[in-house]
Design a protein around this ligand. Structure first.
Ligand code: BTN
Length: 262
C-alpha cells in the first residue's frame, strides 16, 4: 500500500504527483488529469482513452444514475472518473461499490484508528449509518466504460432537501483528505476489476442489506415488488415476485422510496 494517510488535506497542485505515484503501481490506470473545476468528470473523461483517470477539485454539475443530479462537491467531495474497457455493467457496478467501500474504510482507519461500516444498497449507493455517503455511476459505449465515483468527504451540512438522507465522512466523525480516498480507490479498483464473478458476488453480499427483504423496485415498466433472492454480478437483482422470479438490471432499476413517487 503506497497511500499516504495524512489527514491534513494536500493542496490541489500536489494531486497530480500523488496520483501518478499511485497509478505507477496499478495495472489499469495509465494517466491522470487533475482539474481545478469541471461540470462533470464523466463528461471530461470521455475525451480521454481507456486507462485515463479524471479527478476534479470541484464538480459543479455532476450526475447520478437514472437522470439524478449529484450536488456540487464544493471543495469537500471526491469526484473521480476512470475509463476501462467495456464489460458487463452489472459486474462493474458491484465491484466499484465494493472498492469504494473498502477505500473509505481503509483511509478512515488509517487516519483515526476507527472505521465506519460502509454498507451497499444495490446497485450503487454507499451508505454509512443508513445515509448516503457516496455513489457509483457506470456509463458505457461500444468500447469504453467510464466509472464515476462520488464520495461525500468533508461536508459539514447538506441542503435541506438531502439533509435527512445524506451524510459525509466528516459528519460521521472522520476528518480525512479526499485525495487519500482517491488513491485508495484506484488501488482497490485495480484489484477488484480482475476478480472472479463469485468473489464480487460474495464481496457485495457481505455489505448488502437487501437480500432476504421484501423490496419494491422502480423499473421502466413500473413498480416490481418481491423478495430479493440474490444480487447476481451478471444479471442484476433477482426478485421473487407473485408472477415468478425476475432479473432487474442496475442500468434502469432503483430501489423505490415512497418520497420518490411521481
Ligand atoms: C449516484 O449515486 O446516482 C451516482 C453518483 C455518481 C457521482 C459521480 S461524481 C464523479 C462522477 N461525475 C459525475 O458527474 N457523476 C459521477
Amino acid at each position: 500500500m503506497t497511500t499516504d494517510h495524512r489527514a491534513t488535506p494536500r493542496p490541489l497542485v500536489e494531486w497530480a504527483d500523488a496520483l501518478e505515484s499511485t497509478i505507477a503501481h496499478c495495472t489499469h490506470w495509465t494517466s491522470v488529469v487533475v482539474l481545478r473545476e469541471t461540470a462533470s468528470t464523466q463528461d471530461h473523461a470521455r475525451r480521454f482513452p481507456i486507462g485515463s483517470v479524471v479527478i476534479a477539485g470541484r464538480q459543479t454539475a455532476g450526475r447520478g444514475r437514472v437522470g439524478r443530479e449529484w450536488i456540487d462537491t464544493g471543495e469537500d467531495g471526491l469526484a473521480i472518473s476512470m475509463n476501462t474497457p467495456v464489460q458487463c455493467g452489472e459486474r462493474l457496478a458491484l465491484l466499484c461499490a465494493i472498492a469504494a467501500a473498502e477505500a473509505i474504510e481503509e483511509v478512515c482507519r488509517a487516519a483515526s484508528g476507527a472505521s465506519p461500516s460502509v454498507r451497499l444498497k444495490w446497485p450503487n449507493d454507499l451508505l454509512i449509518s443508513g445515509r448516503k455517503a457516496g455513489g457509483v455511476l457506470i456509463e458505457q459505449d461500444q468500447t469504453m466504460a467510464t466509472i464515476g465515483v462520488g464520495i461525500n468527504c468533508s461536508q459539514r451540512a447538506f441542503p435541506s432537501s438531502l439533509a435527512s438522507r445524506a451524510t459525509s465522512l466528516q459528519l460521521q466523525g472522520f476528518s480525512i483528505d479526499r485525495l487519500n480516498i482517491a488513491r485508495a480507490l484506484l488501488e482497490r479498483l485495480d484489484r477488484w476489476i480482475i476478480q472472479t464473478d463469485e468473489s464480487i458476488e460474495n464481496g457485495f453480499a457481505a455489505r448488502d442489506g437487501l437480500v432476504g427483504t421484501s423490496t419494491c423496485f422502480r423499473t421502466p415498466t413500473g413498480l416490481v415488488e418481491g423478495i430479493v433472492l440474490r444480487i447476481d454480478p451478471l444479471q442484476g437483482v433477482v426478485v421473487r415476485t407473485s408472477r415468478g422470479d425476475q432479473h432487474l438490471s442496475s442500468a434502469t432499476t432503483s430501489v423505490f422510496v415512497p418520497e420518490d413517487r411521481g
